[in-house]
Design a protein around this ligand. Sequence first.
Ligand code: HAM
Length: 452
Amino acid sequence: MIQTIRGFRDILPEDIAIWQAIEKTASKLFEDFGFKEIRIPIMEKTELFARSIGETTDIVEKEMYTFPDRKGDKLTLRPEATASVVRAYIQHNMGASDSVQKLYTIGPMFRRERPQKGRYRQFYQINAEVFGIESPYIDAQLILILNELFKRLGLSELKAHINSLGCKECRPTFQKELLGFLEGKKEHLCENCLRRMDKNPLRTLDCKVAECREALKDAPSTLNHLCDNCKEHFETVKSVLTEQNVEFTVDKTLVRGLDYYSRTTFEILTTALGAQSAVAGGGRYDALIKELGGPETYGIGFAIGFDRLAEIVAQMINAKDVEVKDGSAAISEGNTDRLSQSNTSSDFMNLLSPKVPDIFIIPLGEKAIRLAYMWTSALNIAGIRTETDYSGRSLKSLMKRADKINASNVLIAGDKEIEDNALVLRNMKTKEQFFITTDNPVEQIETLLNRV
Ligand code: HAM
């Protein structure tokens, strides 16, 4: 049997309710903050990622899915969205209509990493990018948006880590000092760090090798080398977050795994998936747009790891004894109160509520099956979730199926009921029964279900 490729996976119907609820919550939040959706291709010229993410990053050095197409062009499955959104911004001269552009995009990314819990080779990101704003208020606002999204999903324990990497004015002085420090630690550094020292010394601060970490724990920090403008910028970010009660930790080791960042960088870290990992990350990239051939424009954004977020939300819901059933997380009775007492917004809870059939039509007999098909289609078109069954099985066995799919009502349509012009609609919970004539069942059902 052919199975999925390592690191690739199916997201099954029983898990999708959480994904859809998160996606709707995020899109609504973005739109309330003035963001517009953009959809970008899944593949780009390799050069776009190599130039933006950086030749010496892990992503470009070892994780990209790159291959020649039939004509020999070098193509790459996108490992992230920022490079493509910047390319689209430049290609369509988006700055011309308004100097400020706020864009979001949600979709799959591809990195050939070692798969583990919360790490996949095809994973999904919820991505936001803002063009044309230098002000630190937008840095703070993006962190506020992340905070607000997590709050609405009931994840109030997630906190931001923030840092500033300086700009093209102050970075060179810092790099010089860092290089001096690294020279003295050479014998403790891994091969990767030694190689990166020349090209990109900042990346050594992010090395995960224990010996490097130990050797670098007293390494100089960008924060002590910021120029006055960067210092003031970062101070404003911090004071605005504080005024808006957004909790954060200043983390001088946060350099991020992509090369395009300057000034503010941030990550949201969690231990909910085992070893500490980031559920979101982002920052400023004020030089990137020009580097990719566009006008000099400020840029900042973030990406949330959708798979990780969905797993954390699922864990939270399971911990609150909510059962996931039939393609949707069904909040079992008695636990609704506990869930609503958490910070989960009621909108998000509504999005999670089960989408069970409103009606299950039970046809008994050949003639009834044809009519049941017609009524089911008409009810579906009228927006009433209706299912029926074409197997010709008995009333008893179809009542069992109605139970299994959690239908709210059944409509019993035997040849006899059709002949008597009196179909029976039964509410499965209250056991109340209503008679329905065969001439205009859709309207009668709409009235009975209060849908008109
Ligand atoms: P990133 O830190 O590489 O940033 O990725 C953002 C998030 O994507 C991570 O925090 C993580 O949650 C998730 N992620 C990354 N790799 C995987 C994986 N293999 N499996 C599951 N989840 C993963 C960026 O991609 C930047 N483009 C963010 C950005 C936007 N910066 C400015 N604008």
